[in-house]
Each structure stands twice: as structure tokens, then as C-alpha cells.
Design a protein around this ligand. Sequence first.
Ligand code: FES
Length: 77
Amino acid sequence: MTTIKVRKNGPYRVIDDGDGDDVTVVDWNGREYPAPERPIALCRCGASATKPFCDKSHARAGFTPDTDDGEDSPAAG
Ligand code: FES
């Protein structure tokens, strides 16, 4: 199973449980983006120089999502 975890003030982290179903990131033409690391972190702040992947620029940019209500969800971590 693959889980996409929304990090508070950070990327979408794509976590594979190792069951053999690999995750591939492709663009609208089906062109594959080789993932620089596992688990894959996808940028949601727009500041990454390595889109679609997160390069940790969200921290420097002070990213906070519009949808953040300031509360941690039960699954936060
Ligand atoms: S979420 Fe990390 S650089 Fe955008």
C-alpha cells in the first residue's frame, strides 16, 4: 500500500510500505521523473527548484498552507 502523508507546512510525502508496488512520478505526457530519494517528497509550496520534488525550500520560504487550521490532526507526526 502507498500512503500520501501531508506534512504540516511541508511536502506531500509518498510512503510505500514495501509490498513491491513501486511508485512512479510521471508528467502529463507520461514522462517519468526519477525520484532523488525515498520516500518521495512532492512540493506543495511552489518554491522548490527541483519540482515536482521538494528540495526543502518550504522552510526558507516560511510556507504555511491556506488550509491549515492551526490544529494538528490525530494522524499528525
Ligand atoms: S514543499 Fe518543500 S520545497 Fe515545496
